[in-house]
Design a binder for this molecule. Sequence first.
Ligand SMILES: [Zn+2]
Length: 150
Amino acid sequence: MCNVYMNAAQAAKIGKSNGSSPRHGNGSLTASEKNCLLLWTRAGGRCQYQDCNRKLLGDFSRGSSSKAYVVHIVAANPEGPRGDPRRSSDLACRVDNLILLCAEHQKLVERDAVEEHPEGRLAEMKRCQEERMRRYFTPVAGLVSPAVSK
Ligand SMILES: [Zn+2]
């Protein structure tokens, strides 16, 4: 079973060898940690809900961090939001089944408006946001990427 919640401060600790987080015997990341790190990276540290783009990293220098949620698109539990008796178990720890959300949108997607957020809609939000991040960070010949010009 994956951790489904990891805030920005916890994500920032991944890779640091302070021994406070669970590790395999050789010190490498767990599958869940790798997935969370991949998700945070692909999302550019932003909420992936359509048109939200809320920055989830907070300001560590001031000790603040926004709450962020790593949410299953198809719930790990077949009885959970968008859960599927045949697929939930297999999809539980796949990064393609995870979406990074701010607290407001996590509540909407997992509690207040589950029916309005079917699997396909969330998968499309995730795909579009990750594509936008990929384009943003990809240099174009002759131009300076906006990611490095600021
Ligand atoms: Zn959001």
